[in-house]
Design a protein around this ligand. Structure first.
Ligand SMILES: C[S@@+](CC[C@H](N)C(=O)[O-])C[C@H]1O[C@@H](n2cnc3c(N)ncnc32)[C@H](O)[C@@H]1O
Length: 333
């Protein structure tokens, strides 16, 4: 268990589990990824302070439809979600700036319910800044924030204080998990929830390719900067010497896997080292590192997958074009 690092006021607990985690992992996932074939890196390394800010800019881009669409769905159905769950505390995995979550908090507030929020994010700066902003915006809100990756946070959740709990995993962050990782993740969600508790899942749905490709190759180059920032983050975290100017952003739709893939492509033959990991990696010109997959889903297929994990969809919400889905599930016996 990590130590409670600050308690600014009675409504905020900020718990940091990252120190324990880093001790345990020591960049093992980076070594495995960069020595594997093909080379890859886990998407969590996008999110240092700068990466989190770049992601916020991506959400504002005209080409990036997911955030806008999911926001519309939440605005249209926030009240309906609250009616189904009744008073409920929200655990959010990968909470970022909690921008869309405010729509849910507003809906619980409008229903006259107590507000309790447990955001979880690997980006500790973004997490604590957001928690402090939220406390000012919602005088009746209590927060227990966990700076952590998903799994340790789920096993360290404090005792439930409201009649029900809703785990929110929105933004289609589930699309960053491979099908096998997704199964393990849903198992964990199912084990964490009590029977009758809720899971709210945001899903980017399959759609025409032009919109998909444009969303990950924006004209202002923000997605490219976000992708390349992962190398700067690794340089800082593991004393590395990636020359970011010698890599380029590549994003395309993989038809077979039904996923957008983002890669970092080496523009030269080069060797890169990460001193703290005792790692040296050779790149030929054109070699790629897979930095993110973003799977695009079929809603009914996902409903079946959820059911296998004892998560029954009780209310599926979508937009007019059916570009994005928000599935409210309940944990069944
Ligand atoms: C795609 S963003 C989504 C943010 C927000 N939920 C939204 O819908 O806009 C993913 C968020 O998850 C966090 N994140 C990524 N991998 C994580 C991990 N393994 N554990 C915890 N947080 C993670 C990132 O820091 C980031 O804030």
């Amino acid at each position: 268990m990590g130590e409670i690092v600050s308690e600014r006021e009675s409504r905020l607990v900020l718990q940091n589990l990252l120190a324990d985690d880093r001790e345990k992992e020591l960049g093992k996932d980076v070594v495995t990824g960069l020595t594997g074939e093909p080379k890859s890196l886990p998407p969590k390394y996008f999110y240092d302070e700068k990466g989190s800010l770049l992601f916020e800019q991506i959400c504002e881009l005209p080409e990036y439809y997911p955030t806008r669409t999911e926001t519309l769905i939440l605005k249209a159905f926030g009240g309906a979600i609250v009616e189904k769950t009744g008073p409920c505390e929200i655990v959010e995995l990968g909470s970022g700036s909690s921008t869309k979550t405010r729509i849910l908090l507003d809906a619980y507030q409008a229903a006259g319910y107590p507000l309790r929020y447990l955001p979880v994010d690997v980006s500790d700066t973004m997490l604590s800044e957001t928690a402090n902003k939220l406390l000012k915006e919602y005088p009746n809100l209590s927060i227990h924030a966990l700076a952590s990756t998903y799994e340790p946070a789920l096993s360290a959740l404090p005792v439930k204080q409201l009649p029900a709990r809703l785990i929110a995993f929105i933004g289609s962050t589930i699309g960053n998990l491979s099908s096998q990782e997704c199964d393990q993740f849903l198992d964990l969600i199912s084990q964490t929830l009590n029977i009758g508790d809720y899971f709210l899942l945001g899903l980017d749905l399959q759609k025409e390719r032009t919109a998909l490709k444009a969303a990950y190759n924006d004209s202002q180059g923000v997605t490219a900067a976000f992708n390349l920032n992962m190398l700067t983050h690794l340089n800082q975290q593991f004393e590395g010497n990636f020359d970011v100017s010698k890599f380029s952003h590549v994003a395309f739709y993989n038809e077979k896997e039904q996923q957008i893939e983002m890669h970092l492509e080496s523009m030269a033959s080069q060797q890169v080292s990460l001193k703290d990991l005792g790692l040296a990696v050779e790149f030929e010109k054109g070699d790629r590192i897979l930095s993110e997959i973003s799977r695009k889903f079929n809603r009914l297929q996902m409903e079946k997958t959820l059911a296998k994990h004892r998560l029954q969809v009780i209310a599926p919400y979508t937009d007019e074009k059916e570009w994005f889905g928000l599935l409210l599930c309940q944990r069944t016996p």
